[in-house]
Design a protein around this ligand. Structure first.
Ligand code: NOJ
Length: 512
């Protein structure tokens, strides 16, 4: 099966984690004007598109993923005309814009949920949410044993015998999309942003959007990753089919991207011909740096997505996982970057990973992520990957905001050494590598057949070619330098400088 070769099949998309990207007004939070000012940096970096994380009014219980109004802008982030300006500037610079739609849940401060709280048991206001009576004589026990993805029970009591479902924080009640008003509102939100000219949308928590209306318990022996009555259900796919038709009504190949966390066979179901263009492949974020795991995993993902004529969407990092340079180590992160950029498909890069930013160990009192609180402090959460970006060496906050302003998460001492400014002067920096890779990628890898041909290697090397006489990629997962020459005639780019015909340990090379 083949589908037309649209931009999003191969795009490199940069995640602008808005609140940590660039703060123009000094309130400590990144804003739309900041993102706009820094667009030329992203054009020069060489990405094709940007994904802008939520900028909607929020009660800030989950860093903007608890939305009060899906069709408005948080005044701290800017205005609707700032969104328009950002989109217009991005388009002038040749960049596409993807916005984040958080349709699975709302903030507890959303007018619908406020009304539901007040309206009382059995009310129509409550039917927009997943509301059930509690168990036990006093209805004092949660309706079932489902657990929140952030830890702890997934139900919270209204205090009158009824409970509401929240797959994330207690302040993020899940919407009931079987309710016609909820469905209509979601479509209105989608159209609202498409009408403003965005090139695509990311569906947050894509798999969670439909729940089994019987709310059954998980089967005995259930393990994370097994099918669950609250994820990846067939009715969710019906919604994506409907929204895909809306996307298709608009000119210019608008993208629907599913934030999926399932394995290859699950994510591929979102890529059926009448569904979405991209579905995140998150598994690779956690693959150990061993050739066998990567080779098998890549092969499985290519096969699963290929069934529907689609390509994988490789995720190198995001605001939900540890920083790549800490997860894979600095060398590993650079090697995986070149590997992902050499593979068929689209790639998402997390803002700040082009600088090799490490995970920051934040003081307890600075942590805002609800995961920290809900896990009783055993999981420090995701804020260590969300520390505001350093643009210049000094003074604090290193160009993130005006001098003397205080970022919403503290930057560690020495953060300026990672800055865009210092790395722009250093040809050996992660930034320089990312720029070089993105500049070379279209010429080397674009237009190559979607298949990869694996080359025979000794243990723990990974090598493949794209096309009969096409370019090759070698990844050295061993702890010693290896000769690259059996896999290509010349090195075009390597993640660590190669010398004397040798590719250093934990490095990748592009070759012809
Ligand atoms: C996925 C987002 O990326 C994450 O940051 C958020 O906490 C959850 N969805 C809930 O919206």
């Amino acid at each position: 099966m083949s589908v037309p070769d649209t931009w999003w099949r191969h795009a490199v998309t940069y995640e602008i984690y808005l609140r940590s990207y660039a703060d123009t007004d000094g309130d400590g939070l990144g804003d739309l004007a900041g993102a706009r000012v820094r667009l030329p940096y992203l054009r020069d970096l060489g990405v094709d598109a940007v994904w802008v994380t939520p900028f909607y009014p929020t009660s800030d219980h989950d860093a903007g993923y608890d939305v009060i109004d899906h069709r408005a802008v948080d005044p701290r982030m800017g205005t609707l005309s700032d969104v328009d300006d950002l989109v217009a500037d991005a388009h002038r610079l040749g960049l596409r814009v993807v916005v984040d739609l958080v349709l699975n849940h709302v903030s507890s401060a959303h007018p619908w949920f406020r009304a539901a709280r007040l309206a009382g048991p059995g009310s129509p206001e409550r039917s927009r949410f997943h509301v059930r009576p509690g168990r036990g004589p006093g209805r004092e026990r949660a309706p079932n044993g489902w657990q929140s993805i952030f830890g702890g029970p997934a139900w919270a009591p209204f205090g009158d015998g009824e409970w509401y479902l929240h797959m994330f924080d207690v302040e993020q009640p899940d919407l009931n999309h079987d309710h016609p008003e909820v469905a209509a509102d979601a479509e209105a939100t989608l159209r609202f942003w498409l009408d403003r000219g965005v090139d695509g949308v990311r569906f947050d928590a894509a798999g969670a959007i439909s729940k089994d209306p019987d709310y059954p318990e998980l089967p005995a022996g259930w393990q994370a990753g097994d099918p669950a009555p609250y994820s990846d259900r067939e009715p969710a796919h019906d919604m994506y089919r409907r929204w895909a038709r809306v996307l298709a009504e608009y000119p210019g190949d608008r993208l629907g991207c599913a934030e999926t966390w399932g394995g290859p066979s699950v994510l591929a179901t979102y890529l059926r011909a009448d569904e979405l263009g991209q579905a995140f492949a998150m598994d690779p974020l956690f693959w150990p740096l061993r050739a066998g795991e990567w080779r098998d995993g890549i092969q499985t993902l290519l096969a699963a997505t290929g069934q529907h004529g689609r390509l994988p969407t490789w995720v190198h990092g995001s605001h939900d996982v540890r920083r790549a340079a800490s997860r894979w180590g600095p060398d590993g992160a650079r090697a995986v970057l070149l590997l992902m950029l050499a593979l068929p498909g689209a790639v998402y890069l997390y803002g700040g990973d082009e600088l090799g930013l490490p995970e920051v160990d934040l003081p307890d009192e600075a942590i805002r992520d609800p995961v920290y609180r809900r896990s009783g402090g055993t999981d420090r959460g995701r804020d260590g990957a969300r520390v505001p970006l350093p643009w210049s060496e000094s003074p604090e906050p290193y160009g993130f905001g005006p001098p003397g302003s205080t970022p919403w998460l503290p930057q560690p001492p020495g953060w300026g050494a990672y800055s865009v400014l210092s790395q722009s002067r250093d040809p050996g920096s992660p930034l320089a590598l990312t720029r070089a890779a993105l500049a070379l990628r279209p010429g080397i890898w674009r237009g190559q057949p979607a298949e990869v041909s694996w080359l025979d290697t000794p243990p723990n090397l990974l090598a493949f070619r794209r096309g009969v006489d096409g370019p090759s990629c070698l990844v050295n997962f061993t702890d010693r330098a290896v000769r690259w020459e059996p896999y290509g005639d010349a090195v075009l780019l390597s993640s660590t400088p190669s010398q004397d015909g040798l590719l250093p340990p934990l490095s990748a090379a592009w070759m012809r």
